[in-house]
Design a protein. Structure first.
Lengths: 441, 185
């Protein structure tokens, strides 16, 4: 791709540490890079500000063994896709970082790295952006700074004794950093299950505290679950067609692990390996953790929901036999064993008596908007938006779970979202320009 | 939602959904306070009533005052002038879960014909008698058994019961710790 014509303009904006620009994109991860690609396609003047380096969160805030939850055939961004020969494999973080760096070379965004944004406020019809690399005024702002900036912890975490090591997925790298002894994993998302699994395999006693979760088999009827979700149109379900979008956006990540050898990782598997399954953590008092008595129900809910999803897939397969691969046709419509829960699960655990030395809070993440001084938040501190179009004019968000479609939670979901959002943004800028031209006449 | 089904469990789901929508705009209105008043009568017999509560930003009232007598059975050397307080807890749990089942069924277009809950809660009274400090005062566990007849398959009925537990106040109260402050004038 030839970009020679725009290089000099870009360098100007890079060296101009202050000034006016049509659009500022915050973040140079997959969503920010994809936004830059689409803005360039539309010939929209913009600048990308990145607090660290390209793919910063993937480089610095992920544990060692993490792979994407989506297979390589799904790894695609606008104008770019995985072209290796392991279509069914799952990218490690190293591979993903390389994938994004390759993408950045293709996109060649007008980028300032190490340009952490410190303050954004509204200024007339635009935004004033202060960063460690300079200050700009822009007409529109695209926030692509990620959904997982700050690990969330329940309030009861404050009562934990200092003698127990408390970690979040941002602190955790691998089991070698843990001291000997038991480990309590709080949360049964993809993160919780993956950490529980590898920590247990390293010989630690593991307790996993489980609230509501999303159970999902890695493979179903001989294909990866993502194949079926994609084919049956589940990933393309739009945000404005879902029953309860707020709930969908807050769901924990599905219990999946991407591995060389695709395997199903669920609570039964952890129990078989010797993990202790307990309810959602509800309190910590006198060096004891207390768990909800609702464990059976949260497991029943997740089993029922998984079966509903599998029913949807089966119905689709029955109605679309031509699209079902030959090798899957003979496969029975398999159903998985219900989650096994003790008749009377433990509801209190004493950290000392049980020699639990470490607790890892796999209890979700929040985006960090401390720098955003714009009146656009709901009462939970989240940006009010309609499919990425914020209430505040000219403000957009991209790269959040179920932003515009179910697949928005995954890297490949960015493409359709960013196309929609840059289209809206282009129309917004044209309308703005038209108003101003009209006014000056 | 299929209108031809004529599902009627006596729940005005539309009103509930509208209330939910309205409250999402003013979460303050969702803050309720529930109250009860109780007078000792004699022995283990108390008389309690409920009438007023707070919600939607103002004082509210039941359409009438509801009275309850609590006591203990004769084998506790009491007069048995009312249900045992722990039985009120079971009654509350059953009432809450079943109300939830009716509402969820209505919302999912499932006609209910019969919903019977049987609750059992074992308790070792060595706890309340102070005989063994390792035995707790309360229930060892609570078992709820539902007999449900409805126009739905087994999975859908199980999903009703599961969803009702997920949304139930009393289920939450009995499964999760709550700070309780008791003071005296």
């Amino acid at each position: 791709m030839s970009r020679s014509t725009s290089t000099s303009d870009k360098n100007q904006s890079l060296h101009r540490k202050t000034g006016t620009i049509d659009v500022i994109v915050i973040g140079a991860g997959h969503a920010g890079l994809a936004t830059s690609y689409c803005l360039q396609q539309r010939g929209i003047d913009h600048l990308v500000l990145e607090r660290g380096e390209i793919a910063n969160s993937w480089k610095k805030e992920r544990w060692d063994s993490l792979t994407l939850l989506t297979p390589n055939w799904q790894s695609r961004l606008p104008g770019f896709q995985y072209e290796g020969d392991d279509q069914d494999g799952f990218m490690t973080m190293k591979q993903l970082i390389r994938f994004l760096e390759d993408y950045a070379r293709l996109v060649n965004p007008p980028l300032n790295t190490h340009a952490e944004v410190t303050d954004v406020r509204q200024n007339g019809k635009g935004y004033e952006v202060k960063s460690k690399a300079g200050e700009w005024t822009c007409k529109a702002l695209v926030i692509a700074s990620g959904a997982c900036n700050i690990p969330s912890k329940p309030k009861c975490a404050e009562a934990l004794s200092h003698s127990i090591t408390s970690l979040t997925p941002h602190d955790y790298r691998n089991p070698d950093q843990l001291e000997p002894g038991g480990v309590m994993i709080v949360g049964a998302s993809a993160t919780g299950l993956q950490l529980a699994d590898e920590i247990q395999q390293q010989g630690h006693d593991v307790t996993i505290a489980t609230g509501e979760h999303v159970r999902m088999p890695r493979t179903y009827r001989r294909k990866d679950i993502q194949f079926w979700l994609h084919k049956a149109g589940i990933l393309d379900e739009r945000y404005d067609e879902l029953d309860d979008i707020n709930r969908a956006r807050k769901l924990p990540s599905p219990q999946l692990i991407g591995a060389h050898d695709p395997r199903i990782l669920d609570l039964n598997k952890l129990t078989d390996q010797g993990a202790r399954l307990v309810g959602r953590i509800m309190g910590i008092r006198d060096n004891q953790a207390m768990f909800s008595g609702s464990l059976k129900n949260v497991c029943a809910l997740a089993d029922l929901k998984m079966n509903r999803m599998l029913n949807t897939i089966d119905e689709w397969a029955d109605e679309n036999p031509d699209e079902v691969p030959e090798e899957c046709k003979a496969e029975p419509k398999e159903r998985f064993e219900a989650t096994r829960v003790d008749d009377k699960p433990t509801i209190t655990i004493d950290f000392k008596d049980n020699n639990i030395r470490t607790i890892i809070w796999c209890t979700g993440f929040k985006p960090d908007y401390q720098w955003l001084d714009v009146d656009t938040f709901d009462h939970k501190g989240m940006i009010r938006h309609d499919g990425g179009v914020a209430q505040s004019p000219g403000l957009y968000v991209i790269g959040l779970p179920v932003l515009r479609r179910r697949k928005s939670s995954f890297i490949h979901g960015t493409e359709d979202d960013v196309n929609d959002i840059t289209e809206h943004l282009a129309a917004y800028l044209s309308a703005e320009t038209a108003t101003r031209v009209g006014a000056s006449r | 939602m299929s209108e031809g089904k004529n599902v009627d469990n006596g729940v005005n789901v539309q009103a509930l959904l509208e209330a939910r929508e309205a409250l999402s705009e003013m979460p303050e209105g969702a803050k309720f306070t529930w109250r009860a008043t109780s007078d000792w009568v004699n022995g283990t017999h108390s008389h309690s009533f409920v009438e007023g509560f707070f919600g939607l930003g103002e004082e509210q009232k039941h359409i009438k005052k509801y009275d309850f007598d609590s006591d203990h059975p004769e084998i506790f050397a009491s007069e048995d002038l009312g249900a045992t307080p722990v039985e009120f807890v079971l009654v509350g749990l059953a009432g809450c879960l079943t109300a939830g089942i009716a509402a969820v069924a209505q919302n999912r277009d499932i006609q209910l014909k019969k919903v019977t809950a049987t609750l059992e809660a074992p308790m070792d009274i060595q706890g309340i008698l102070g005989m063994d400090s390792d035995v707790r005062n309360g229930f060892d566990e609570i078992k709820v058994h539902y007999e449900i007849e409805a126009d739905a398959d087994k999975d859908d009925i199980e999903a009703l019961v599961a969803q009702s537990q997920k949304r139930s106040a009393v289920f939450d109260i009995v499964t999760n710790p709550t700070n309780v402050t008791v003071n005296v004038n």
